[in-house]
Design a protein around this ligand. Structure first.
Ligand SMILES: NC(=O)c1ccc[n+]([C@@H]2O[C@H](COP(=O)([O-])OP(=O)(O)OC[C@H]3O[C@@H](n4cnc5c(N)ncnc54)[C@H](O)[C@@H]3O)[C@@H](O)[C@H]2O)c1
Ligand SMILES: O=C(O)C[C@H](O)C(=O)O
Length: 308
């Protein structure tokens, strides 16, 4: 199995590192537009292999897509991250062009690949890659829900003083402040979370999760990478090992949840064909209203792209 990661910055290099040290694939090709960056980071990761003991080979190239030929999965992280005071949507002008150009190259050399988008604004960059690639929707996916649920799960684990491994959760909607964490679908070792935490505390955790990316941007002056890189690697693993994991993924909705023609996070079964199935939950009226609000926001940003 061969995986390409485009963008050898914070998220891309972290994703490549996780793919390598966990031996998720045999070969990782890292691509960047900046001369030497991908080559250097791939070499550094390869030189770690005798220390932490793995066989995955990592190779870096500067814009040489021929070297990515016949990749099974391509993770696109190229693009600028936000700085304090910016929203993810502010990145659209720069990142849409980058994602378009990168996707054209990916399609040329790996026409059967499954594409995972990481660049922001996530839902609309997934739209851009879908438009440019012309791939079926099951092969153009956005990574955000695994990261957003991981934040929610981590905050809950801390509040409940339990292992984060015990928290299972689902979340819907766009990757922005309108995301929809679902307490009704959150359990702690199989116990509904609402039996273990009072409503005020749970609401505070939901609100913190919604702005979880911004919290880190404020602290670091740029956006997060450890959890995002690992989340993208988890999606790659589910695909290349055909694990059929049930995780939230951004995909074009075609009637599910009563929504057409919008890119939003929903629970899916993730396996060797990318999205094997979109799972449609029976939402209550409050959850449905939040999902519609999220759809409205993502649609507005999609329209910005359409007018470009
Ligand atoms: N979906 C998510 O949950 C999530 C999480 C974290 C970050 N992000 C997004 O991921 C993107 C990358 O974040 P980062 O922290 O790694 O940024 P970064 O600046 O560290 O890395 C981006 C890399 O992309 C490269 N690049 C730019 N244009 C390119 C092109 N045309 N071809 C190849 N490479 C190119 C840059 O040279 C740079 O090395 C940002 O848009 C950020 O907002 C998304
Ligand atoms: O917050 C950002 O800008 C990056 C990313 O989308 C995140 O949630 O960490």
């Amino acid at each position: 199995m061969k995986v390409t990661v485009v963008g050898a910055g914070n998220v891309g290099a972290t994703c490549a590192d996780v793919l390598a040290y966990r031996e998720i694939v045999n070969e990782v090709v890292l691509v960047d537009i900046k001369e030497g960056v991908a080559e250097g980071k791939a070499l550094d990761i390869f030189q770690k292999s005798p220390i932490t003991c793995y066989d995955t080979r990592t190779v870096g190239v500067t814009n040489d897509y021929a070297r990515t030929k016949d990749s099974d999965v391509v993770v696109i992280t190229s693009g600028i991250p936000r700085k304090p005071g910016m929203s993810r949507d502010d990145l659209i002008e720069t990142n849409a062009g980058i994602v378009k150009m990168v996707t054209e190259n990916v399609v040329k050399y790996s026409p059967n690949a499954i594409i995972i988008i990481v660049s922001n604004p996530l839902d609309v960059m997934t739209y851009q890659a879908h438009l440019t690639s012309g791939f079926p929707r099951n092969r153009v996916l956005g990574m955000a829900g695994i990261l957003d649920t991981a934040r929610y799960r981590a905050f809950l684990a801390e509040a409940l003083e339990v292992s984060p491994k015990e928290i299972q959760a689902m979340l819907l909607g766009g990757h922005g402040d309108t995301m929809v964490p679902l307490p009704r679908y959150t359990t702690v070792g199989g116990i509904p979370v609402t039996e273990l935490i009072d409503a005020d505390k749970l609401n505070a955790i939901i609100e913190r999760t919604k702005v979880g990316g911004g919290e880190l941007v404020k602290l670091m002056g740029t956006s997060a990478w450890y959890a995002p890189g690992a989340a993208a690697a988890q999606m790659v693993e589910a695909i290349v090992k055909d694990q059929r994991r049930v995780v939230p993924v951004c995909i074009k909705l075609e009637g599910e949840y009563g929504i057409d023609d919008c890119y939003l996070g929903v629970p899916v079964v993730l396996g060797k064909n990318g999205v094997e199935k979109v799972i449609e939950l029976k939402l209550n009226s409050e959850e449905m209203a939040l999902m519609q609000e999220s759809r409205k926001h993502v649609r507005e940003v999609m329209e910005v792209l359409e007018k470009k």
